[in-house]
Design a protein. Structure first.
Length: 119
């Protein structure tokens, strides 16, 4: 059974940083497309960042600069570094992985990890 498990969320003060991790298990192939999404209360889920197998990065509108996605090319693990956190960043953060691309037949989501930015 395929599982994507996020870790690294929690309560952070404004201006702080954190690093989210996503690890995939139960698959025998490499995930070529990896991404992070987030969903704040009362809002739609939005793309935060995505990265391809050749390390091409894509970021959601106005998010590039504080968010950095990276991946371990030897494993199905990817990360989201977030700096200068703001209360507006409070959301459930989800990882997503696709064997060929996001939204294809082999497309998987994690259960989400809560990030709360508050003093």
């Amino acid at each position: 059974q395929v599982q994507l498990v996020e870790s690294g969320g929690g309560l952070v003060q404004p201006g702080g940083s954190l690093r989210l991790s996503c690890a995939a298990s139960g698959i025998t192939f490499r995930l070529n497309a990896m991404a992070w999404y987030r969903q704040a209360p009362g809002k739609q889920r939005e793309l935060v960042a995505a990265i391809t197998s050749d390390d091409v990065e894509n970021y959601g509108d106005s998010l590039k600069g504080r968010f950095t996605i990276s991946r371990d090319n030897t494993k199905n693990i990817w990360y989201l570094q977030v700096n200068s956190l703001e209360p507006e960043d409070t959301a459930v953060y989800y990882c997503r992985g696709g064997r060929d691309y996001l939204g294809g037949t082999y497309d998987y989501w994690g259960q989400g990890t809560q990030v709360t930015v508050s003093s």
